[in-house]
Design a protein around this ligand. Structure first.
Ligand code: FRU
Length: 511
């Protein structure tokens, strides 16, 4: 509360200031005490983190559990780390929630609130928060067995402060599927069933239960649909109404590793229907929630207020997650994003766009005209902790984010190819893994005509690009050796190009 009053006052002070003359805030790289530590994205205070787990809202708190190894900055025996937030912007880091036990490591999964006390773990007055996860039995794997992944549950009666592991675990055994994991559970009011989505190598399985303990498989999806360049992981399924027409469709998220369009791991989605037992989709083409290299294993919150679909992803890629140049901790979550569904020219598209609310200090806002075959430089800004927003009807331009060391991150829009291209090959440290410097491409063929918004969030080791309010999105890690302090807009056309309200704001630290 006090923190909020303080932040609101800060915001009022900053928004009353005259913008241009007061933007003297120059953040140098050294001022960022731990190099690359994100200032407005969630990170554990130390050690290794991967997937977000157990995303659920209960009694005023958004829970973020996550894959966590508390002894090293590389992947190891998995625990569930834990953090909570009242607003999805500011986080409280909490003690570890779940530890490996006799059934194995605690792999990814979800959490639900058992309002009707179907499990008997709580009561109607104090419903249990039930975590559903995969057990990974390392000994079984080493012994060459195929049944080493099973599903287990644990419950909390104090809103996630402490957990009791269910004594009769596992609740789902494995009859020989090597990759059988990542349970996402949700309650269906219509059928009064708990539904569990499980991935099984190359397809999705749906299981049902009345009490979270006894489960039966009811359907399968996807052996021959979508991308199959790697193993399916971290499923999620939820209804969304098309913004313009109120038509309801169900969206299935499936992470895949490898097989993403720009290499390594990525998240695909299917738009279809769910009849209470089976998901079907006529979708032929592959669809991607995010085209950048660094948004993986993302899932959405159960029970979020206002029926919102809020998504968080792990901002890394299995291709190099263990090699990134941080020392105390490894990797961050994406900015929380609200998901929505649109239908443009007959094509369903899943839109993801950051939640509003971060405190910002305006550094610059101006209309920009870039003459033909020339460059326009906006210099002297702290870029590594910023939001850049502009509107334009142009579809061909290049943005270079540069620093005094001569490093540059290059973002281009190419009209002829209908492509957005992110080139981080000269952006800073890139040599720690052979593919990190590769060029990332995103087809943007279905953009509407006319003026659209571009929103770019840059933190100390990431860039998130939202085109047309999240119709097309790219997320990527970056490791510059100094703060970027200029944005150079390059025009290679024979006519001038225009940007309306090109706005650079510093984003306040959430820590
Ligand atoms: C996805 C994933 C999951 C698994 C977890 C293990 O990144 O591979 O499938 O449960 O990470 O940490």
């Amino acid at each position: 509360m006090l923190k909020n009053v303080f932040l609101i006052s800060l915001f009022l002070i900053f928004s009353c200031k005259e913008n241009k003359s007061t933007f003297k805030v120059q953040e140098t790289f050294e001022e960022n005490l731990e190099p690359y530590r994100p200032q407005f994205h969630f990170t554990p205070s130390e050690k290794w983190m991967n997937d977000p787990n157990g995303l659920v809202y209960h009694q005023g708190l958004y829970h973020l559990f996550y894959q966590y190894y508390p002894d090293d900055i590389v992947w190891g025996p998995m625990h569930w780390g834990h953090a909570t937030s009242k607003d999805m912007l500011y986080w409280d880091r909490k003690p570890i929630a779940l530890y490996p036990d006799k059934n194995g490591y605690i792999f990814s999964g979800s959490a639900v609130i058992d309002i009707n006390n179907t499990s008997g773990f709580g009561s109607k007055e104090t419903p249990a928060l039930v975590a559903i996860f995969t057990y990974h039995d390392m000994d079984g794997e080493k012994a060459g067995r195929t049944d080493f992944q099973t599903q287990g549950i644990a419950y909390s009666l104090d809103n996630g402060e402490s957990f009791n592991v269910y004594e009769a675990n596992p609740v789902i055994k494995n009859n020989g599927i090597k990759d059988f994991r990542d349970p996402k559970v949700f309650w269906d009011d219509k059928t009064e069933n708990w539904n569990m989505l499980l991935v099984a190598g190359d397809h999705l399985q749906i299981w049902q239960s009345k009490n979270l303990k006894d489960w039966q498989k009811v359907s399968e999806f996807g052996r021959n649909q979508g991308a199959h360049g790697g193993v399916w992981e971290c499923p999620d399924l939820f209804p969304l109404k098309i913004t313009e027409t109120e038509e309801e469709k169900w969206v299935l998220l499936i992470s895949i590793n490898p097989g993403a369009p720009n290499g390594g791991s990525g998240t695909q989605y299917f738009v279809g229907d769910f009849d209470g037992t089976t998901f079907t989709s006529s979708q032929k083409e592959e669809k991607w929630l995010d085209w950048g290299t660094d948004n993986y294993a993302g899932v959405t919150y159960n029970n979020a207020p206002g029926n919102k679909r809020i998504f968080l992803g792990w901002m890394s890629n299995w291709a190099y997650a263990r090699d990134t140049p941080t020392e105390k901790w490894r990797s961050a979550m994406t900015i929380p994003r609200e998901l929505s569904l649109t239908k443009t020219r007959g094509v369903y598209e899943l839109v993801n766009y950051p939640l509003e609310g971060l405190q910002k200090e305006l550094q610059e806002v101006k209309d920009v005209n870039v003459a033909s075959n020339s460059k326009y430089t906006l210099a002297g800004f702290a870029i590594n902790q910023s939001e850049i927003v502009f509107k334009t009807a142009e579809r061909d331009f290049i943005l270079h984010f540069t620093n005094p060391k001569g490093e540059r991150l290059k973002l281009s829009l190419n009209k002829k190819e209908n492509m957005m291209v992110l080139d981080r090959s000269q952006s800073g440290k890139v040599a720690f893994q052979k593919d990190f410097a590769s060029i990332q491409k995103m087809p943007i063929a279905n953009l509407p005509e006319g003026e659209i918004e571009f929103k770019i969030l840059i933190d100390w080791s990431s860039i998130e690009i939202f085109v047309n309010k999240g119709q097309y999105v790219m997320t990527a890690q970056i490791f510059p050796n100094e703060n970027y302090n200029s944005v150079i807009i390059e025009n290679t056309l024979d006519e001038s190009i225009n940007f309306k309200e090109f706005k650079i704001s510093k984003v306040e630290s959430i820590w």
